[in-house]
Design a protein around this ligand. Structure first.
Ligand code: ZN
Length: 352
């Protein structure tokens, strides 16, 4: 039985019963095909921009078994077939292209199946993060499930589509730290978000230009700031982060309240219990959640009309805290003041 030079080199010797030759019984001649395999890699990845990659491979089971037994019985310090193949191809490609093998977070993974000589190319997503402002009402954060003729696109589409186009991705996922209702503006420093661009052809782009594109595409309704490419650690952190928020609400009281300012401004670190609001019961389970209202500031008050600012913990249903949702949120502003309250508008001013 013959063994090739490359297999002799990785073992550190010739196994018993073998002689040097080209018809290698162990690797099945794969090391003679390295140039062709590298050409396959170069050809199939040429469309994509990347600077790091990883090579993977799978061999027929019989071949691996023979290799393992020779290694363990005769060359315990030798290098396994698969390991040697991956690192040989990897380092040859490094030299040819100037790109780097990366084990932890490669931008691209290329797998050779040496049973049927098929290949598999996996392009890792790219994450584009920033903060968004919503300057017009009537825009939902997620796409409408049954969009009507007059419905606008959603925040996720206004942001996700231009970003995905710029990186020439196949598709995208949108994630934001919390959400505002359709009729609520997102102002101030904006809400953190990221877009996961799937199978991007490009991995860099002019981010300032993308910010402008989003603004134009949404007709000025959505503005994006601090756009940057995020790494996976930042994304993981964002998924877990809880943000306090500052809201501005214009309310109409059923009747005027004496000393409204001091009554509201005395509210500090108030614990409230919120049962899942009636309006979202269809999509969320019916639970009681404990939330915090940290402080309330009265910006403006005349007769029954007031503009107030409320600082509350992550996930507080602010509208329900104001009107009480028929007793499902307790206490509420309405129960504290002893009047019914209508909401004219609600804006998010800060996401911390
Ligand atoms: Zn061989």
């Amino acid at each position: 039985m013959q063994i090739c030079q490359e297999c002799i080199r990785r073992y550190g010797g010739i196994p018993k019963g073998f002689e040097e030759g080209i018809q290698c019984h162990i690797c099945n001649g794969v090391f003679q095909k390295v140039d062709q395999l590298i050409d396959l890699f170069l050809n199939e990845t040429k469309e994509y921009e990347f600077s790091t990659f990883l090579i993977g491979s799978s061999f027929p089971k019989k071949q691996i078994e023979l290799d393992s037994s020779i290694l363990s019985e005769q060359f315990p310090k030798g290098r396994g077939l698969k390991h040697h193949f991956n690192s040989l191809i990897g380092s040859r490609i490094e030299k040819l292209t100037g790109k780097t093998v990366e084990f932890k977070v490669p931008e691209l993974v290329f797998k050779f199946n040496l049973e049927d000589f098929s290949t598999e190319l996996e392009i890792k997503p790219i994450y584009v993060a920033g903060r968004y402002l919503k300057l017009k009402r009537g825009i939902p954060q997620s796409p409408w499930i049954h969009p009507g003729a007059n419905e606008s696109l959603s925040v996720s589409e206004y942001i996700g589509i231009p970003i995905t186009k710029s990186f020439k991705g196949k598709d995208y996922n949108f994630f934001a730290s919390g959400r505002e209702d359709v009729d609520v503006l997102m102002l101030g420093n904006g809400r953190p978000f990221y877009v996961e661009v799937l199978k991007p052809v490009k991995r860099s782009s002019d981010l300032m230009e993308i910010e402008n594109k989003i603004s134009n595409f949404s007709g000025g309704a959505i503005e994006v700031r601090e756009l940057h490419i995020a790494n996976s650690e930042e994304i993981e952190k964002m998924k877990e982060e809880l943000h306090d928020k500052l809201y501005e609400v214009s309310i109409e009281l059923e009747s005027p309240i004496e000393n409204l300012e001091s009554k509201l401004e005395n509210i500090k670190n108030l614990e409230i219990l919120q049962r899942t609001p009636n309006r979202v019961l269809k999509s969320r389970s019916d639970l009681v959640r404990k939330k915090m209202v940290y402080s309330i500031e009265v910006v403006d008050y005349k007769y029954t009309q007031a503009k107030i600012r409320i600082k509350a913990s992550s996930g507080t249903y602010i509208k329900e805290f104001i009107h009480g949702d028929n007793g499902r949120t307790t206490p509420s502003l309405s129960s504290i003041l002893g009047v019914n309250i209508k909401i004219d508008y609600l804006n998010v001013l800060e996401v911390n």
